[in-house]
Design a protein around this ligand. Sequence first.
Ligand SMILES: [Ca+2]
Length: 321
Amino acid sequence: MMTNMLRPLGALILALALVAAACGDDDVDGDAASGQGASNALLPFELIQDSEFTFDVDAFDTTRGLFHVTTTEPTICSITWGETTELGNINNSLTMNGTGIIQHDVPLPGAEPGKTYHFTVQGSTADGRVFQSEMGTFILPEVEAAAEPAPEMAVHGENLAEGSSIVVVSSEFSAAWSADNAIDGDMSTEWATASDGTDGFIELDLGAEFEIAGFEFITRSMTDGTAITSEYTVSVDGSVFGPFPAGNPADPRFAAATAVGRIVRFEITDSSGGNTGAIEVKVFAPQAMGDSGDMSDTDTTSTTSTTVADTTTTTEDDMDS
Ligand SMILES: [Ca+2]
């Protein structure tokens, strides 16, 4: 699962000597030029390392690996890694929130089981010391095939949420975690609440009345197990659907529901608490409604019902089949 290299003191001294050489041997004292009192020398990571380096596949999102280590004091920590000793990737813990932490659980996006990766770990502490591990290697374990049967093929049209706007949201953790991140069609951006847990919600305006075939709520997740939404409801112009199981990037869990409306509100109804939110919330048009499924120019009767009782009723001339 992992390759660790707790080495005897001799190796540490050698590593430190190599680091010093790499940094240039004309200023190993790190004194006058920097204006700092403390030495600038890189120290062995082992001095602040409180657990072995471990690597596994994120069970929640199998497209990424996870790196774990604990440190003896709060540390801002990063891992650099790659398929060769030139590395090329750098990641840190999403739970750091701007300061040092002790338990480092770091996602490694794109790391594949069975491949050998090289890595180093860096850390800095509040007293200004900087630490680095020796180069090591890790291999993620193979993931056993999912025991659950494959979900039904989702049949739906375009995601109407990508053309929508945010009406209101329970909260945003910061500008970098805004609600717009949940409707941008980008699986690498996330809306996160400021610790709303199961009280989190997000409300969209589709811009016009649309026929709707179903929803997805792709939950965000923290590597410490919090912020995972497991269940949600959706209201369309006030009529409630669900609860539905929330999805994740590996299994989006399309929830079929037939509705017509414009204002769509997702409410989290069960979660693991914390900074809940979504990678994406999706509102799907029916597959057979043409390019957009836009009902705004059809003569829909004014009704509070969101159920489309008779899907054969249409005013469009080109819907022959
Ligand atoms: Ca997104």
